[in-house]
Each structure stands twice: as structure tokens, then as C-alpha cells.
Design a protein around this ligand. Sequence first.
Ligand code: GDP
Length: 486
Amino acid sequence: WTNYFEDARIAARAARDYVGGFSRPTLRLGVTGLSRAGKTVFITALVDALLHGGALPVFEAMASGRIARAVLEPQPDDAVPRFDVERHMSTLTGVDRRWPESTTRISELRIALTYQPKRGFGTNERTLVIDIVDYPGEWLLDLPLLTRSYLDWSREAVRLSREPVRAPIAADWHAHLQTLDPDAPAAETEAVKAATLFRRYLTACRQERFSLSLLPPGRFLMPGDLENSPALTFAPLDLPEFPGEAVPGSMRAMMERRYEAYRSAVVRPFFRDHFARLDRQIVLVDVLSALNAGPEAVCDLENAIATILEAFRTGRRNLLSSLVRPRIDRVLFAATKADHLHHASHDRLEAFLRRLADRAIRRVSYTGATIDVAAVAAVRATREARVRNSGFDYEAIVGTPLAGERAGGDVFDGKVEVAMFPGELPADPDLLFSGGPVFRGLTAADPSEADYRFLRFRPPIVPRGAPLPHIRLDRTLQFLFGDRLG
Ligand code: GDP
């Protein structure tokens, strides 16, 4: 019954969106990605480019001058905070030139584009309203939990945590797990301890040197307004293959109940109120960090992409809502921060992401929304230069490393510009899966320091009124809503 009821609510909501769309066509664009993937920077750059007519040659409607106006409007969902684009923009371009604060919860922004249709006459203008919905990718990775029981999830989480790359990170949690008897009477202090250690393990997996991606439940990492909530005091248990029914009043019964509460009070409302209403989705992926961390992180990223594809299927399988209106029909996976590479490698980064997505698509036999990939830098913090060193010319990138960044024994002060030779991606994307010629240390400096990370740069200096520099943002916009401006 819950499901029918849910379906009906989703359908009612979709119907309201649909009726609203008659007066003004509206497109709901989801922007997601794991923490630090680049969501805040991406949305800020996207909105700025639309409002101020950035340099967007591949975004046809803008390049051909058909967009007459772009204005921000009050966003329609009163219960959702507004994406604070003005603050983020002034942080990016102010005298300090800092990166804005990252996404930690859902937010929305509405922008209305008034445009001249391709085959319109005179002043026959139209408007497309775009609702941008920014939400943590960790929450998206939760959606498949809707079809997994506590038993399935618990078993999978324990199995994953025993893989060679994760086992050392999970050692403390594993030690505690061994002391827990699932059939023993439920004990709150033990549950809290298990949840705390499990969350600590998940958080450690996200550290730069591991850069692992597949870490549900998402609210353990990105709690949003559930910070310190009892809804998050559960954890997997080490259960036998066929454990039978849970003993009433046992640890396992309590964990099962809390897992169910998490699904119904957290995951399902997110699906119903936000995800099921999206029309298009961009998933930002920090591919370079995964590559830097090594083949295990790349493999984990592929698993995460497969899980995300499953979520898109969940979205489409909902019969009632798809009767009223077909939802997400285009998904773009975008590798962010491409400005850390020389342009010769941008196509290679894209090819690698395409290979990752193709493998994931095959694995989960995905059919559904059209999928594309892109390598982008929403804000390009570097420029390219040819540098002569020991009689040879090298292609370098030039930027101002953030204060405190290190390379080759130097600590940067956030003021000097440096030229560096970025790592080069191999032409054959398959080499990046095998861990063969591993792509490590974009700093190309002292390997012991450079091994796990690349230099982070300050945002670029942008003359007043000039558009923010970017890489392939225009292609992204063309794919995400170019067709709706025909
Ligand atoms: P979020 O957690 O997904 O919202 O991530 P943010 O948008 O806050 O980005 C996290 C960090 O990634 C920023 O603080 C920047 O250091 C870096 N970053 C994001 N986008 C870009 C980009 O286009 N170019 C460069 N060089 N760095 C970026």
C-alpha cells in the first residue's frame, strides 16, 4: 500500500508540474556529484554564463544571439533553500578570489530564459524556465537502497569493506563488528558505537589518497539537516548466509528497524520530492582524483556509476509518474577540473569517462535516458604555455596554487604563478584500468609528496564584466537544454 500511495503522490506532483508547464515550459535540471566534485562551482559558472552571456560558441541559442534575456526568479519550492549564487560569485571573483563553499544539502535556483525560436517571426518570443536542483551525489547513491533489504545491504557493505583496499581503512569498525552478536539483546550504546565507527570508515574512504566513491548510506557522509539525528544510528552486522528471522528485541531487529526508518523517512522522500521530478541530470565526477589515487579508486568509481545508473532506472520504473510525464531523459556524466590537464589530454579524459560509463552500462544492462560524457572545467583556473627547459619545449599549464599547497619541497603562498607539466593521459583509456603505467602525481614533482594529489589552484583573475573562463561548459549546456530552446 505504501508504494501505491507513494506512486499516487509522485503522480499528483508530476501532474501539478505538468499543468504548471503549460503556462511556461519548465525544465528541472539536477546537478549532482560526490562531495568536492565541483557542483557549487559548476552551477555558479553556469548561471553566470547565462546571465551575462559568457563565451559559449557551442551553445547554439546563445552563440546565435537568440537568447534575449536571462533573469533569476524566485524559486518555486518554499521548503528548499535557494542556491546562493550571488554570494558564490562574489567569493569567486572578489579581491581574495576564493572557491565558494561546497554543497552540503539540497538547494534550488530558478532562471528564466527568454528566446527567439529558430523559426519564429517578429517578436514571437518564448520563455524556458530552468529550475536547477543542486544535491549531494551521496544521496543519489542511496536510491538503490529502496530495493534492498537490510540483509542485502548489510551483506554487501561488509563484503565491500573486506576488499583489500578498504580492509585496512575499516580495521577499527571490523574490530567492533566482531564483538557484536546480532542475536544478543539490543544495546543502544553499542549501536551508537557501531554507527560512529562505520561512519568514520566511510569518511576515511573519501580521503584524497583513497578517493573511493561507493559509500552508502549517503547521509552518513552528507547528513544535511539530519546531522546527529538518531535516524543515522545503525550499521551493518556480520550475518550468516541464511540468518532466518531476526530475534525480537535483538541487535539485528533494532538495526533492521532503523534501516527501514532511514529508507522511509529519508531516502523515499528524497526520491519522491526531488529526484522523481527531474527532467535532466548532470553528474559531476572528479575522475582525476580517482586516477590519482590508483586503480582501486577507478574500479570503485565504475561501481558507483553503475549504482547511479540503477537509480535512473528506479526513476523510470515508476509506472504512474511516467504515465503522467516522462522524466529524466538525458544524463550527462562530466569529468570536472579538466583545467588540471593540457588540452591535448581533454579528449583522452573524456574517452576514459566514456569507457567507464560504457562498462557500467553493460554491467547493469542499462536502458533508459540518453547518456553522454564530457570533460569540463566550469571555471578554468589555468592557462597554457610552452616552456623551454634544458633545450626542449614542453607544454605546460600556468596557474596560482592555493596558499599552503606543496610541490617538490616548496610551499606556495597563494600569490606566485607557477608553470608546471601536467600529467598526460595515455591515448588508450584501457591502460588506466589496469594500473599499468599508472597516472600519478600531476604535480610531477617529488614523488613522495606528489603521489596522491595534484595542486589546487586559486580561481583565475577575471577583469570586471568579463565572462569566467571555462572548458567545454558550452557543450554541456547544449546537451542539457539546447534542444528545449529550438
Ligand atoms: P561540491 O562539493 O561538489 O559543491 O564541490 P565545489 O564546487 O565546492 O568544488 C570543490 C573544489 O573543487 C573547489 O573548492 C575547487 O578547489 C575545485 N574545483 C571545482 N570546480 C573547479 C574547476 O572548474 N576548476 C578547478 N581548477 N577547480 C575546481
